[in-house]
Design a protein around this ligand. Sequence first.
Ligand SMILES: [Zn+2]
Length: 109
Amino acid sequence: MPYGDPLNLCSPCGKDFSSLEAFDRHRVGKHEYDFSFDRPDGRRCLEADELQALGWEMDQRGRWHDPERSRRARQAFQDRSSDVGLTPQTPSEAVAGLMTHPPLFDEAA
Ligand SMILES: [Zn+2]
């Protein structure tokens, strides 16, 4: 293995992710059944080229991450730190990747 220990390794596709959120977001489709020829909207992993199309990058440890999301997360943390109690909480974005179509960023929909 050219990389370090896997952090959030996905056994079906073998990709590793720098955060659990990134891991969750690379899984798309319906939970009820797996992707197959007969069920193209079933649960599956995004391919590397699909992740790249979304702007994701692989870091030097071989872990996929979303640079844009990471930047916003840092910004949100800074906002909260400087404005304690006044920043509205955003709902979990965990469902954003669970649509039948390849996920778009919620802001870009
Ligand atoms: Zn996967």
